[in-house]
Design a protein around this ligand. Structure first.
Ligand code: ADP
Ligand code: MG
Length: 697
């Protein structure tokens, strides 16, 4: 049904073919429907005029009215600017123009009452607005005031005169034409239950709200709808898989029992036991397992993985454990091998740097079924890697792998899909997990092994350097080891690498008697392995590194993590790094070094780290300050590319949307009931336009 909403935006007055091409490129807006779904990202309240005395730092944008008191040109060359003092009866404000000076100069007249609108900033005690919107005030304007939409646009579009104002006009015209054509997209049952306004009313009011109240209702309804269709999709995928994807049945626990009786190195935590039970229930169910295992750093996921492998191996199957980095894969290999060797279970390691001859041998031993456990990096996804009977695939640190890679695992067994367990040490807030992994079952290890002392986290400045070095010395003298981590981000890689090397040198000067390791991403794998090994065996006492050590490296004897320029790290990254210590029985420390000057967000991050060790609490805070798009590992996932909902803020709506999706599909899995026709039609429409739908498929 190529209808009204499929029409290209090129046909709109004020757009035309050239701007349409630009809209396609810059914002992926093609059709009328796309444009209507380009919802404002904020609104300007033009119902309120602030008195200058009412200005405060919380206000971002203000509208005020008054008179220009005087104007003068200041500076010269590219610093030349026009500065005006603007006053009302309560105080004064500064207006500044850097461009278009002569135009402003000519336009503005003394003695005329103006409306000023713009972004407020403060220098000392004086408020300033740069490049304000300025209009002559007249009474009629005052009466027709309303909330104005502000649309996200790019510089390119603005340079072609498609700014927020211009787009507002275009959308306004489009909505006039669309009136009466906007279909309802939610079933009546949901509309009544949630007391939602209609789709049409919501669309009109999200662009041009007539009151704050109706705007809120419009947003709620549209957010719900967006999340509802995602959840519907995810839950449907889960249902289909549960129905269709048979899994090998593993119920024999003889190896597991042997391990428990003869080799278990420590008492498992209750959380570990609970999770193993959940996984065992999946493995013997006859359905393919697709489970996410969340557990904070140090919660003991490795042994859980091993125990689950034993269940599969007892059932004559093979297992893989895939890690995101070579170092981590090696470490997993070493850890698992300790257990596996005791039980004569053949295990191998396959990474990008495995030699060709060795690789060939591993391939053969996998195909013959001899190797039971294969650890490695994504190298084990390669086509030549074939198994006699792959039964269980475990993926560690999922956020570095894409969904597509997960799917590749599925193809490795022609008869059954292997059971899949995804382990992540990045605690994901519930709202996010429900969306990112809504098609998976979720298990959580929410407990650390007993006897582990909480890590003490301390915030320090450069001025404390000597004191800290002394503290590090004391730790080393008492037999402990120390990490010192430097930021390294791609954009400033060269400079960061220099900081790392400078840091390394000054540490060498401060600790002349101790051997020191260095580790960064630019080193060859062999060199990395060598340094890691020297540190792991205790030969070196200090490890100077970039965040390459962030994932999974396990040296229980390390008791101090110093993070340089801690303000430059994200919260989840800080938490991951901190998790490298506190793995032994000793008291461990995390020292966050920062500049004195910190942004508001940095303060929250550092403060949160000092305050809590709880990964889930940290993840929630991270989500609320950064928004989901920036959360570690979620970037590539298009799921979070939402039109209006915000997973950081809309947790409640998401819960409701999920509940509704589940209720509807459980009652009517094929959506055949008349009352769900709306849903069926909407899914078909979404498939066709492929906006939302393809992102999550
Ligand atoms: P992570 O969940 O971060 O992968 P690991 O599996 O690496 O954690 O476990 C961290 C450390 O805790 C390892 O040294 C491991 O041997 C140890 N460990 C795991 N479970 C327990 C337990 N129940 N009791 C004591 N130590 C444990
Ligand atoms: Mg781990």
């Amino acid at each position: 049904m190529a209808g009204f909403f499929d029409t290209s935006v090129a046909y709109l007055k004020g757009i035309g073919p050239q701007r349409a091409t630009l809209l396609n490129k810059e914002l992926k807006i093609f059709s009328f429907a796309d444009l209507i779904q380009h919802y404002p990202f904020r609104y300007e309240d033009r119902t309120k005029f602030y008195k200058i005395s009412e200005f405060n730092d919380e206000l971002q944008y203000v509208q005020t009215k008054g008179f220009i008191k005087r104007m003068e040109l200041v500076g010269s060359g590219f610093k030349k600017r026009l500065v005006a003092v603007f006053k009302d009866d309560s105080g004064e404000l500064e207006l500044v123009w850097f461009q278009g000076i002569s135009w402003v100069n000519a336009k503005i007249k003394p003695g005329v009452e103006y409306i000023i609108f713009g972004r407020l900033s403060r220098f000392g005690s004086r408020y300033t607005i740069a490049h304000p919107e300025i209009e002559i005030f007249n009474e009629s304007q005052n009466k027709t005031a309303f909330l104005q939409p502000v649309y996200s646009l790019t510089e390119k579009l603005r340079s072609r005169h498609l700014d927020s104002k211009a787009l507002t006009k275009v959308i306004q015209d489009l909505l006039v034409q669309a009136k009466g054509r906007i279909r309802e997209t939610l079933p009546q049952s949901i509309l009544s239950q949630e007391k939602f306004i209609s789709k049409q009313e919501a669309v009109f009011n999200v662009h041009f709200p007539v009151s704050h109240d109706i705007l809120l209702r419009a947003q709620q309804r549209l957010k719900f709808e967006e999340l509802f269709y995602i959840q519907l999709r995810l839950f449907k995928m889960k249902l289909i898989r549960q129905e269709k994807a048979r899994g090998q049945i593993f119920h024999d626990v003889s190896l597991l029992t042997q391990f428990y009786h003869e080799h278990l190195p420590f008492e498992l935590t209750n959380a570990q036991k609970k999770v193993i039970k959940e996984i065992y229930a999946d493995l013997k169910s006859g359905r393919q397992m697709n489970r996410l295992l969340q557990g904070d750093v140090g919660s003991g996921k490795t042994i859980v993985a091993y125990i689950c492998m034993l269940i599969a191996i007892s059932g004559n199957a093979q297992c893989t454990l895939m890690a995101p980095t070579e170092i981590l894969a090696q470490q997993h290999y070493a850890n698992l091998k300790r257990y596996a060797d005791k039980m004569q279970i053949p295990i191998a390691l396959l990474t990008g740097s495995t030699k060709k001859s060795q690789r060939k041998l591993i391939h053969e031993r996998l195909q013959s079924g001899e190797i039971k456990i294969l650890t490695g990096t994504h190298a084990l996804l390669e086509e030549e890697v074939k198994f006699l009977n792959l039964g269980l695939s475990i993926v560690d640190e999922q956020h570095r792998f894409g969904v597509a890679q997960r799917a590749k695992l599925w193809q490795k067994n022609a008869n059954y899909f292997p059971h899949v367990l995804v382990m992540t040490a990045t605690p994901i807030p519930r709202t996010l997990a429900m969306t990112l992994y809504g098609d998976l079952d979720i298990s959580v290890i929410d407990q650390l092994p007993a006897g582990r002392k909480a890590i003490k986290t301390i915030h320090k400045f450069d001025a404390h350097r000597l004191q800290i070095n002394q503290f590090l010395k004391d730790q080393i003298v008492s037999g402990r080891q120390v990490y010192i981590v430097y930021p390294l981000i791609e954009e400033s890689e060269k400079l960061d690498l220099k900081h790392l090397m400078d840091g390394y040198e000054s540490i060498q000067r401060a600790f002349p008697n101790y051997p020191i390791s260095i580790l960064h991403g630019k080193m060859k794998p062999a060199a990395k392995k060598y340094e890691m090994n020297r540190f792991a065996t205790g030969e070196t006492k200090i490890m100077v590194a970039t965040t390459v050590i962030e994932v999974g490296v396990d040296v229980p004897n390390a008791s101090v993590m110093v993070i340089e320029n801690a303000e430059r790290f994200g919260l989840s990254q800080l938490h991951q790094l901190r998790g490298r210590v506190g793995r032994g029985a000793d008291q461990s420390y995390c020292i966050l070094m920062t500049d004195y000057k910190l942004s508001a967000d940095s303060k929250i991050r550092i403060g949160t780290m000092v305050k809590t060790n709880n990964g889930f609490e940290i993840a929630e805070t991270d989500l609320s300050i950064r928004g989901p798009g920036d959360l570690m590992g979620t970037q590539q996932s298009g799921v979070l590319d939402l039109l209006i909902a915000d997973l950081g803020k809309d947790g409640d709506i998401l819960q409701k949307a999920r509940a509704s999706a589940v209720r509807i599909l459980e009652d009517d899995p094929e959506l055949q009931k008349e009352e769900n026709a709306v849903v069926r039609i909407q899914i078909a429409a979404m498939r066709k336009t492929a906006v939302n739908w393809s992102r999550i498929s």
